[in-house]
Unconditional design. Structure first.
Length: 256
């Protein structure tokens, strides 16, 4: 007995479909009737393990810190939860520069779910810039001889400040090109709308004119949706740019 819990020695229950528990305390008091228990055999499945909040691919600067949450689950207890990662150079993507296995947390036979987190900082872990890290969570259970389960493999792109700045600049150049294209199409639509509205009343009442107005209205709506999406992406890119101290205030001001 341990508090409200109890355990027994290991029992061989092969081909057993039911059993009953009887107990008695140290004063000789016993339960009125035994507690029957039915057994249903189920194959022990390997643990489920995942990094629930980590994207499939993530880019970060070499001096940033990424908090990675991970968890493992098993019906018969998680033995331990670990993280495994390998670092690869861009020029030699098949040869690992660094490998690391790190225990996050020990489990137990009673721990059906074990969760923890891992702080990944390239500069602290001596991971150089311009590399790719392949990372996964690993969990083991108590089934004899079973290999540990692994989560989906996540990619972490470690960027230097210079490379990150170049990527941000290219992104804003693409945004400006999209904005110019949207502006050109909007000017053309405005011109077509004015021409349609300036038609004589008898032509405006014609079916063809009504059709043109409907098409122009749909085009205006499509343009507005594309502009809203561009603004969202632009705003997100500005947040990304603020992470890099190498991007000057003048550059940020120009992009805003």
């Amino acid at each position: 007995m341990a508090g409200n819990d109890f355990s027994s020695v290991s029992l061989n229950l092969e081909n057993v479909s039911g059993c009953a528990f009887r107990w008695q305390d140290n004063l000789g008091l016993a339960a009125k009737a035994p507690w029957p228990l039915s057994l249903q055999w189920q194959k022990d499945l390997p643990p489920l393990v995942r990094c629930p909040e980590l994207a499939t691919a993530t880019a970060m600067l070499e001096d940033e810190v990424l908090e990675i949450k991970m968890e493992g689950e098993d019906d018969y207890g998680v033995r331990d939860l670990n993280v495994n990662w390998e670092c690869f150079g861009r020029e030699q993507p098949k040869t690992a520069l660094i490998k690391q296995d790190f225990k996050i947390k020990d489990g137990s036979t009673q721990a059906k779910k074990v969760a923890g987190s891992y702080r990944f900082c390239p500069s602290v872990l001596h991971v150089p810039a311009d590399t790719t890290v392949m990372l996964c969570a690993v969990a083991s259970d108590y089934f004899p001889g079973r290999e540990p389960s692994r989560s989906f493999v996540h990619r972490i792109y470690v960027l230097s400040r210079e490379e990150h700045a170049r990527l941000i600049e290219k992104q804003f150049e693409a945004f400006l090109a999209q904005l110019e294209e949207l502006t050109r199409k909007q000017d053309a639509l405005n011109g077509e709308s004015r021409q349609t509205r300036d038609l004589p009343k008898e032509k405006l009442d014609a079916e063809e004119a009504a059709k043109q107005l409907d098409e122009q209205s749909l085009s205006q709506k499509d343009q507005a949706e594309k502009l809203d999406q561009l603004i969202k992406e632009w705003t997100e890119a500005l947040r990304e740019a603020l992470r890099n101290p190498d991007l000057t205030k003048d550059m940020l001001r120009e992009w805003t």
